[in-house]
Design a protein around this ligand. Structure first.
Ligand SMILES: [Zn+2]
Ligand SMILES: [Zn+2]
Length: 186
């Protein structure tokens, strides 16, 4: 059997896709391989077209994912600023929720594209996607609880300061009405 591209040259392998004979040179110069096996010119072209489609789809998904994450960040910042304007203390919390949602969708889209490339459709896929979703939310969730914890610590600290201040006022005979009256009488 001779090489399909080079008449007179002996074929050493078959095209991994269509099975035609390929010489040493064609085997070495193949642009794409399937299962580490060389492809003929026709199948290389087909592989290149498929690859181009895949890369364009990948690029579009990456752009979409990036756009959604940016939208999440921008919406989150707007929510935060609105919270500031109306005097809400929870603006930053809702901002992180927006970032978490945007990030989760971004990871989900990216992850689904990766799974398509690997040709993985089986068991793990849904779990992987859920894990990715949870992972992205934890990104925001790690920051949100820290914010809430610091707020709670801050509130507790201020409450303690108020209690200490009340004690000082009580000792001074001010603030506690009963003691104030008693002192006033005495
Ligand atoms: Zn071929
Ligand atoms: Zn050849």
């Amino acid at each position: 059997m001779n090489c399909i591209e080079h008449e007179g040259k002996e074929a050493v392998v078959n095209c991994a896709s269509c099975g035609v004979g390929l010489c040493k040179e064609c085997e070495a110069n193949t642009a794409f391989r399937f299962n580490n096996q060389a492809l003929c010119r026709k199948c290389n072209i087909e592989a290149a077209h498929n690859n181009e489609q895949y890369l364009n789809a990948f690029l579009n998904k990456k752009k979409l994912a990036m756009g959604i994450v940016i939208a999440g960040i921008v919406i989150g910042l707007i929510v935060y600023l609105l919270g500031k304007i109306i005097g809400s203390e929870y603006g930053i919390f809702w901002m992180l929720i927006c970032w978490g949602i945007g990030g989760s969708i971004g990871v989900f889209i990216t992850k689904s594209q990766q799974n398509e490339k690997q040709g993985e459709k089986p068991k793990g896929t849904l779990l992987n996607r859920i894990a990715a979703l949870i992972g992205a939310f934890i990104g925001a969730a790690i920051v949100a609880p820290v914010f809430i914890i610091f707020s709670l610590i801050g509130i507790k600290k201020v409450n303690k300061q108020i209690a200490e201040n009340d004690a000082v006022l009580a000792r001074l005979g001010v603030g506690n009405n009963q003691q104030g009256k008693a002192n006033g009488m005495g």
